[in-house]
Design a protein around this ligand. Structure first.
Ligand SMILES: Nc1nc2c(ncn2[C@@H]2O[C@H](COP(=O)(O)OP(=O)(O)OP(=O)(O)O)[C@@H](O)[C@H]2O)c(=O)[nH]1
Ligand SMILES: [Mg+2]
Ligand SMILES: [Zn+2]
Length: 341
């Protein structure tokens, strides 16, 4: 069976088609000599790809995209096929010729009106939404929008509230009661190191999974990564740059956890455009509600009567809180949350 026949060339990600993009030709070489790898960083058109993972030959190979990929996005977490010089020696450059089908895609559009989209991370199992209890102030609108992106992209969301030493996170956490998601807390002990027992709980949640940390600049993502991955050496910033466009981490990086699994540290995001997400994308994540919408009028926006979900809740099919949470997330797709907002 050829590589092309086993699905390697199906990519669900479509960037805006460019007028110059050519149709694929049948004569394209199959690259039977290609080696498979895992994209750990993306930096200005250069991809660092881990090859022969967990073998004696494990190495990091620098690669660029092959022309035949067209404009398809390559993201951290992608499984790709490489050709060319795959030794990983200094000053060598391989080419990415194929992107494996993805199990999940964390995307965002630049803003809510922009329908082109960026792939932030591919194949992640979990989206860890990091928000500080204070400094910077939590923004539930932003958390909600991350939740929508997780549900729409088939990632399990996890909420992580950092800096619990600075403010009591109880009220913040209560807003997520009806969403049935794991919630973790971390804090610094006496203003110095992260609480070890709490870091252990985070470690347990990330074990053997591919997880992405996402959140505003300064919430403590890299601080946590450094506690989880002893030799990560991620730069830690001050919170003074928040809202001024300064971010300590500038590109997404996948780091291997000592006990198995990967964690992806991302730069602080300012906004999370959701132009690509439909109400139905979100609805599928609420499997307790989805069945009841069969009784909705055509093109129902599910936001209020005559939506069948109101009757479903009145009949005891789901709690009012659960429906309210679903509608809050639906509404959060509109209206851009930014650092400055
Ligand atoms: N008090 C307190 N400060 C913390 C905690 N976690 C992190 N910080 C501080 O918050 C600041 C920002 O931390 P970073 O880890 O750089 O934040 P980040 O989310 O990686 O930021 P970007 O890379 O810009 O997205 C640093 O001064 C950390 O020391 C915490 O639990 N409590
Ligand atoms: Mg950082
Ligand atoms: Zn409806």
């Amino acid at each position: 069976m050829s590589r092309l026949a086993d699905g390697w060339d199906n990519d669900d990600v479509r960037v805006r088609p460019s007028p110059g993009s050519r149709p694929r030709t049948k004569t394209r070489p199959a690259h039977s000599d290609a080696v498979r790898g895992f994209v750990v960083t993306v930096d200005r058109g250069r991809y660092t790809v881990l090859v022969d993972e967990r073998t004696k030959r494990e190495r990091r190979v620098m690669a660029m995209r092959a022309r035949e990929l067209g404009r398809r996005a390559i993201a951290v977490g992608d499984r790709v096929d490489l050709v060319g010089d795959t030794t990983g020696h200094d000053d060598t450059l391989a080419r990415v010729v194929r992107i494996a089908p993805r199990t999940s895609v964390l995307r965002r559009s630049a803003d809510d009106t922009d329908t082109s989209e960026r792939v932030l991370v591919a194949n992640a199992d979990q989206l860890v939404i990091v928000t500080a209890a204070a400094d910077p102030l939590p923004r539930t609108g932003f958390v909600d929008r991350c939740l929508v992106a997780a549900f729409a992209g088939s990632l399990q969301p996890v909420l992580l509230v950092t800096k619990a030493d600075l403010a009591d996170p109880t009220g913040l956490i209560a807003a997520y009661d009806d969403l049935d998601l794991p919630i973790l807390v971390s804090r610094k002990d006496s203003g110095r190191d992260l609480d070890g027992a709490l870091v252990d709980r985070v470690r347990g949640m990330l074990h053997e999974r591919l997880s992405v940390l996402i959140g505003h600049s300064g919430v403590g993502k890299s601080t946590l990564v450094n506690a989880l991955v002893p030799d990560a050496d991620r730069a830690i910033g001050s919170v003074t740059g928040v809202g001024k466009g300064r971010h300590t981490s500038t590109s997404a990086v996948a780091l291997e956890l000592p006990d198995g699994g990967w964690v992806i540290d991302t730069p602080g995001v300012r906004s999370f455009g959701l132009a690509h997400v439909t109400a139905d994308d979100l609805l599928v994540a609420f499997d307790d509600l989805v069945g009841a919408t069969a009784d909705c009028p055509p093109n129902c926006d599910h936001l209020g009567p005559p939506c069948a979900l109101d009757g479903f809740v009145a009949a005891g099919g789901a709690t009012a809180g659960r429906l309210a949470s679903f509608r809050r997330l639906l509404n959060s797709r509109a209206g851009l949350e930014t650092d400055a907002g």
